[in-house]
Design a protein around this ligand. Structure first.
Ligand code: SF4
Length: 262
């Protein structure tokens, strides 16, 4: 990873967190879920929120449950798929996703879950910080084998220093997020359609944002249409930011989000 800088190693943290949020039973990997819900994000989607993440973002909206290993329940991929598909069918959604914590921590569970959903014909959106997919090309290849997958790699800031400031992780690991896109595109996913970038820019300046987009274009010109993320200032997120001494340059007022989106 090059020169070592201050901060934790999110690849190693993934291994540690995995011990708390997964369990092998009968040869199948179970994952801990906090809840299942429907919602209007992405124009309508069934969501399973998992517990456990390999990052410690100081703006994380799910911080109140993502590290709570005592909450929720352990489910097999088939049980989780059944709940997602049921919510999707009831609400006439064509998509499902795993959100909350980081889905890629439980590799066997995630692959089997996507496979179970694939049979239903629904699209599976994998929301990820990309660290493990950048670290492990084989994992990216496995995900790209599915016909129903869309992968959204969410960058934590637009520079390595910002990544370090916002997550507390060693800044060298910022590169793994670009590497994730590269691995997924090389594995055959269509950039801008089956794989795309999102980025938290509440704390970023315009010049760094422009450089970030140019960097994405080097991987593929189709990746420049970024899904920009802003902090949604829920009271629990405001508290977390204050605790961490972070002041966003721009944010979203949760009262201005249509109720149907929440
Ligand atoms: S990667 Fe996502 S879930 Fe994990 S801490 Fe950051 S914002 Fe929260």
């Amino acid at each position: 990873m090059g020169k070592v800088s201050k901060g934790y190693n999110p690849v190693r943290i993934a291994d540690e967190v995995k011990k708390h949020v997964t369990k092998i039973s009968g040869g199948i990997e179970l994952r801990r879920y906090y809840r299942f819900r429907g919602g209007r994000w992405y124009g309508g989607i069934a969501t399973g929120d998992v517990i456990g993440c390999n990052m410690k973002c100081k703006f994380c909206w799910s911080w109140h449950f993502k590290d709570r290993y005592d909450l929720g329940e352990l489910l097999t991929p088939e049980e989780a798929a059944e709940r997602l598909v049921k919510i999707a069918r009831t609400n006439n959604y064509s998509q499902v996703r795993v959100s909350g914590g980081e889905p890629t921590i439980s590799r066997e569970h995630l692959l089997r879950l996507i496979s179970a959903v694939e049979e239903s014909g629904l699209t599976f959106i994998v929301e990820t910080n990309g660290i493990l997919l950048g670290y492990n090309r084989g994992y990216a290849n496995e995900l790209a084998n599915f016909s129903n997958v869309v992968i959204r790699v969410s960058f934590k800031g637009v520079t390595a220093d910002e990544f370090n400031k916002l997550t507390g992780a060693d800044k060298n690991y910022f590169e793994l997020q670009f590497k994730a896109l590269e691995n997924l595109v090389n594995a055959g996913l269509k950039p801008g359609h089956e794989v795309y970038a999102a980025a938290m820019i509440s704390f970023s300046n315009e010049r760094d944002i422009a450089k970030f987009v140019m960097r994405l274009a080097e991987i593929s010109p189709e990746l420049v249409d970024v899904d920009w993320e802003l902090v949604i200032m829920y009271p629990h997120v405001r508290r977390l930011l204050e605790l961490n001494g972070l002041k966003p340059k721009r944010w979203v007022d949760p009262n201005k989000i249509p109720r149907s989106m929440i």
